[in-house]
Ligand binder design. Structure first.
Ligand SMILES: [Zn+2]
Length: 338
């Protein structure tokens, strides 16, 4: 009926539109940074996995956040940020990812410190991408967190918009419930007018409010893409809206299992979304944090989600067309048609 994906998933030219930079790291690098800055990181793999990763569903949200906070503390200064970014790009390129959109939250990396400032953080990330010198198109998306007070969100938006020449897009992320997106409408309108692509985390949770976030993202925030969005599957009218507006979903199957968005991989609606005519793409969300990588996520799409080789190629072509990175830049690194 269908051919299998190319002999090796490794060789398949891949895309990732939804990848959080802060969740990309090598264990060994975190150990070296930790030793340098006085925040030792366990060498033992099992301990590291337990305390720093979300490689299996956690017993509580607090346990998940604790791991992410430990990792965040190691994005400590300019040399660390520059190195971690370079290695993220190198690791993706080594798995034949040809198009990578990395997103990060300036205030999340900065946390409650005075330094490095947003400009230094951003500069270190740009330098890290340049250092990688890998055959891969890379674009940066700036994140506004839903949980920020509007004034703080405005400062982050101002930073992203004033750097519209080195960001390709803007995102709204973090806790969906109780933090509606419409209050940020003015910020996203300005970002769009500055030429930035708009992607919104929405529809990640099986609740009506989360589905409402998808509708608001499209109708109020001008979303070009939706991060996750899988739970539109329960609402035919919302599916119709997403299809009519041709808004691709950035699906991240492993993430959805590990955060409890779906109870298990068999319950993931990836195939039903394809069958409903929704534009879909395959993405990692938080690769190292989740103990996954690009090859494993594409392998999962084939083995557990039941996508055919044609489905997977179509997801890749959809991602290529929906990328916020300039198409000429993509073609420069990836001249072959999918
Ligand atoms: Zn995400």
């Amino acid at each position: 009926m269908t051919s299998s994906v190319p002999a090796s998933i490794q060789d398949l030219p891949k895309t990732d539109l939804h990848c959080h930079l802060e969740a990309c790291f090598r264990h060994k690098t975190l150990m070296e940074i930790g030793a340098r800055i006085g925040k030792p990181v366990p060498a033992d793999t099992a301990t590291f996995r337990r305390d720093y990763l979300v490689a299996e569903p956690k017993e509580s949200l607090e346990a998940m956040i604790a791991g992410f906070d430990r990792v965040r503390a190691l994005w400590h200064d300019v040399p660390a940020i520059r190195r971690l970014t370079r290695e993220a790009v190198e690791d993706a390129a080594a798995q034949n990812v040809r198009l990578l959109e990395l997103r990060y939250s300036p205030d999340f990396i900065q946390h409650d410190r005075a330094t490095p400032g947003f400009d230094e953080i951003h500069g270190a990330i740009l330098d890290g991408i340049s250092d990688a010198a890998a055959p891969i198109a890379v674009g940066l998306i700036g994140i506004i967190r839903r949980t920020l007070p509007l004034q703080e969100a405005g400062k982050v938006a101002d930073f992203i918009i004033s750097n519209a020449d080195t960001f390709v897009g803007i995102d709204l992320a973090d806790q969906e419930i109780d933090f509606p997106g419409h209050q940020f409408a003015e910020l996203f309108e300005r970002a769009k007018n500055a030429g930035l692509g708009v992607t919104i985390h929405a529809g990640e949770i099986s609740l009506e409010e989360s589905r409402r976030n998808v509708r608001d993202a499209i109708e109020i925030l001008g979303a070009d893409r939706i991060g996750h969005g899988l739970h539109i599957i329960q609402d035919p009218a919302l599916i119709e809206l997403v299809v009519r507006h041709e808004v691709p979903l950035e699906l991240c199957p492993s993430s959805n299992v590990l955060t409890g968005s779906v109870p298990n991989i068999d319950a993931h609606p990836f195939r039903q979304l394809i069958d409903a005519g929704v534009k879909t793409t395959i993405n990692t969300d938080d690769p190292a944090l989740f103990g996954i990588d690009w090859a494993s996520e594409y392998q999962l799409a084939e083995s557990a989600l039941g996508l055919s080789a044609d489905n997977i190629r179509h997801c890749i072509a959809t991602a290529r067309a929906a990328s916020f990175i300039d198409q000429a830049e993509i073609n420069r690194h990836w001249p072959d048609a999918v």
